[in-house]
Design a protein around this ligand. Structure first.
Ligand code: FMN
Ligand code: SF4
Length: 365
């Protein structure tokens, strides 16, 4: 098996095993509509050889805005622009997915005039924001928001949606015993902490039908001791998601409190032993599952990915920073599998007015 093999995935044919992991570009307008810049970035990506593109974190509620320039699927009015985006991706023989979710207290936008929801009123270590502890009506609002947004993605001709349950946003906070201190049905055991995600999946399935691909991005391990999700909890939740019809699971990981320096985006990945850095945890989880598993985090070497592919049940590989720096890296790898990515994992991708690689910013300066 090779990462450039064609495979079948749900009702789709994937031209290779490479995915572009959801990567917030910050180029939408201030109401979350697709702009020409967004289209241009995805045009470049879809021409670059990656088989499957997961369009970045997209908000599900009108009042919610996690970051500047974030995309939205909160209203039917957003469908047109998103359908134009899906069309551009499809024109280049690439599958189009979109990640949807609710940010909550992990946000860089002003909170004045907004209600910030969370599992419990626990201050966010990174932002200091104390969310409102969600009541049952708030939980329903999020569950319905996820289902409505998934239907809009389907109506915009996306090939599937991905639930964002990673990286310290709302669903990932529900999974963490530190952020989730509830004593009702939504706190305590992993089934309870995962309940809002399971209910969202059920509601999404009702809207989009049994065949439409629904993925989830979640952690293999928060690497945060008792405060975070463990590999064992992750396996239990993944099995439950599988029972309820999840199509595939993309596993990230790392600490959801970005102050502790153990982030899902590990820096300085020059040595091969530092790359594909969640492979051991994810290999263990994949053993327990039947649905396809996608590994994300530090995938930057073709030989290593092929080795993982042939020596575990991990079937797919997602990339973020390397494609931000070099959208045509998969095409280059097909010509020369030994090519080293241009990205040096320095984690300077964030820029006001739109995220991009610092190497390009320096070139322009
Ligand atoms: C600029 C930037 C924006 C990101 N935005 C998202 C996002 O919208 N959703 C998400 O799940 N992860 C996001 N991530 C994390 C990546 O998808 C990925 O999990 C992480 O960067 C590790 O993969 P890599 O080593 O290939 O970069 C972002 C990363 C970067 C660098
Ligand atoms: S700024 Fe460029 S080189 Fe640095 S991590 Fe981001 S994409 Fe890679």
């Amino acid at each position: 098996m090779n990462i450039f093999n064609q495979t079948n995935f749900a009702n789709l044919s994937l031209k290779n095993r490479l995915w572009r992991s959801a990567t917030w570009l910050g180029m939408a307008d201030n109401q979350g509509y697709v702009t020409d810049r967004v289209k241009e970035e995805y045009r470049k990506l879809s021409k670059g050889g990656v088989g499957n593109i997961i369009v970045e974190f997209t908000n599900i509620l009108e009042e919610e805005k996690t970051y500047p320039g974030i995309l939205s699927l909160a209203t039917d009015k957003h469908i047109l622009g998103m359908s134009e985006l899906a069309k551009i991706i499809h024109e280049n023989n690439t599958n189009a997915f979109v990640q949807i979710g609710y940010g909550g207290s992990t946000t860089s936008m002003p909170i004045e005039g907004r209600e910030i929801l969370g599992p419990s009123a626990v201050p966010n270590i990174s932002t200091g924001i104390v969310p409102k502890e969600m009541n049952e009506a708030d939980i329903k609002k999020i569950v319905n928001g996820m289902a409505e947004a998934a239907l809009r993605a389907k109506n915009a001709n996306f090939d599937g949606v991905e639930i964002h349950a990673a990286h310290g946003y709302l669903f990932s906070q529900f999974l963490s015993p530190y952020f989730n201190q509830r004593t009702d049905n939504y706190g305590g055991s992993i089934t309870n902490r995962g309940r809002i995600i399971l209910e969202s999946l059920d509601a999404m399935r009702k809207k989009v039908g049994s065949q439409y691909p629904i993925l989830i991005k979640m952690h293999c391990d928060d690497q945060w001791g008792d405060k975070g999700l463990s590999v064992e909890d992750s396996i239990k939740l993944a099995k439950e998601l599988e029972k309820r019809g999840i199509t595939a699971i993309e596993f990230s990981g790392g600490n959801i409190d970005n102050q502790t320096g153990n982030s899902p985006l590990k820096p300085k990945l020059h040595k091969i032993e530092d790359q594909s850095y969640f492979k051991d945890e994810v290999r263990k989880i994949a053993e327990e599952l039947s649905v396809p598993v996608i590994l994300v985090g530090g995938n930057r070497n073709v030989e290593l990915m092929n080795h993982i592919l042939n020596n575990s049940k991990i079937q797919y590989f997602a990339l973020s920073r390397t494609l931000l720096s070099e959208p045509d890296l998969p095409n280059k790898w097909m010509e020369n599998p030994e090519k080293k990515p241009r990205c040096v994992s320095c984690n300077n991708c964030w820029a006001e007015g739109g995220n991009n690689c610092i190497i390009d910013r320096k070139k322009r300066a």
